[in-house]
Design a protein. Structure first.
Length: 403
């Protein structure tokens, strides 16, 4: 909600400003993410979450009145809020195995993702655009502070069990450093590959979020503040992914499910980038008329973009859910905070330079060519990861550590 409100207020003015908003949200992950993971593993999970939520609430309440709603003020608030999220985010991800049984991990992650998506949908569809249109971004920041306070209050009711037995034997993991984590990743290639696919799916999601307001204005010729209403079907795809995703993961396996999700992401992004071609295809099979219900006064481009947002949301959910569930099930509990910190650092930090370049290129060429070409890079990286998986499969048959 915070980032989207800033994108509405600033990103619709310039693709470069939109890139700055995204970088202010992602840069703290690169700078503090690994240290945050160490803290999340060192402190009790409840304490780590309380520290993160309390600091974020204080920032949301104080900074709008100190720095205002200028570009510097908005970027500063986003940077600080996401800086403290580097403690709470890995703690949130790593606490799951402590509160549910292993057989419940897929369902638990699905429900957690459902709650996150539901909150994001409410925030981006209702609160952010309405409050920014009627007032400005300040009420969105204040409301976010209230939500952080509510999250902190719920921690007192959370029942946390003792750490589970680690699925793989790990040496010297109780010391809160990063060497043992990188050693574990280096000796267990499949978790590394799943982490990589989750990173790529997250990067694709960030790119679309950044470009959505400008895409709406430049390609669809609509008000950028209405982007969430045009792409409402992405939320439909997200919810479908949360409902069907666990069955796909159980039926196909986490690796195949992650590849399927990522394939849907790249195809959907490409078709959004060649929207006129997509309109022709969808018109040929009658989907445009079905979407319009025969009377809705919207353009074919807008209808096609809305239709393609559904498989995009579905693919993002399935890929992300597959990666997180697999990591929860295989990573030793003592390493989970740091593993998820690395996952978030790679997902967010590795996207900074591409996002900045995409924003600058979009200023010159327009947003449509960038949307069409970006998926080829992502798909190439996914194919490369799949080839690595094939080459490493034999080594994964042996125990990661000698008995």
């Amino acid at each position: 909600m915070l980032t989207y409100a800033a994108l509405i207020a600033l990103g619709s003015q310039s693709s470069f400003k939109a890139a700055l908003v995204m970088i202010a949200s992602l840069l703290p992950q690169t700078m503090f993410g690994l240290a945050g993971g160490v803290v999340a593993d060192w402190l009790p999970k409840r304490i780590a979450l309380m520290i993160g939520y309390a600091a974020q609430a204080a920032i949301c309440f104080a900074l709008p009145f100190v720095l205002g709603d200028s570009l510097f003020g908005v970027l500063g608030l986003l940077f600080l809020v996401f800086a403290f999220a580097q403690i709470s985010a890995p703690a949130e991800a790593s606490i799951v195995p402590l509160v549910v049984e292993e057989r419940q991990l897929v369902s638990a992650n699905s429900w957690i993702s459902f709650a996150v998506v539901a909150g994001s949908v409410v925030g981006t569809v209702i609160f952010a655009p309405i409050l920014v249109k009627v007032f400005d971004v300040k009420p969105v920041f204040i409301l976010s502070g209230i939500f952080f306070c509510l999250a902190m209050a719920r921690l007192f009711a959370l029942s946390i069990g003792r750490p589970k037995v680690d699925p793989l034997r790990v040496e010297n993991v109780q010391r809160p450093d990063l060497r043992s984590v990188f050693r574990w990743l280096g000796e267990n290639r499949m978790p590394f590959l799943m982490l990589s696919l989750g990173v790529l799916a997250g990067a694709a999601n960030f790119a679309m979020v950044m470009l959505a307001p400008r895409y709406t204005a430049e390609v669809l010729h609509a008000d950028p503040a209405n982007a969430v209403y045009i792409f409402w079907t992405s939320g439909l795809g997200l919810f479908a992914g949360l409902l069907i995703g666990p069955y796909i993961i159980r039926g196909l396996g986490a690796w195949t499910a992650a590849l399927l999700g990522f394939f849907l992401i790249t195809v959907s992004l490409f078709l959004l980038g060649v929207i006129d071609f997509t309109v022709d295809i969808l018109n040929a099979i009658g989907l445009i008329d079905i979407y319009k219900l025969g009377f809705l006064p919207i353009s074919d481009r807008l209808a096609a973009a809305s239709i393609m947002a559904a498989p995009l949301g579905f693919g993002i959910t399935v890929a992300t859910l597959s990666a997180q569930t697999y990591l929860n099930a295989t990573v030793p509990e003592a390493l989970q905070g740091r593993i998820f910190a690395i996952y978030l650092v790679l997902r967010n930090g590795s996207a900074i330079i591409p996002l900045l370049l995409m924003g600058l290129v979009a200023e010159v060429t327009g947003v449509q060519p960038v949307t069409a070409l970006a998926p080829f890079l992502l798909l190439g990286l996914a194919i490369y990861a799949a080839r690595l998986h094939t080459r490493w499969s034999r080594s994964l048959q042996a125990p990661a550590y000698p008995a």
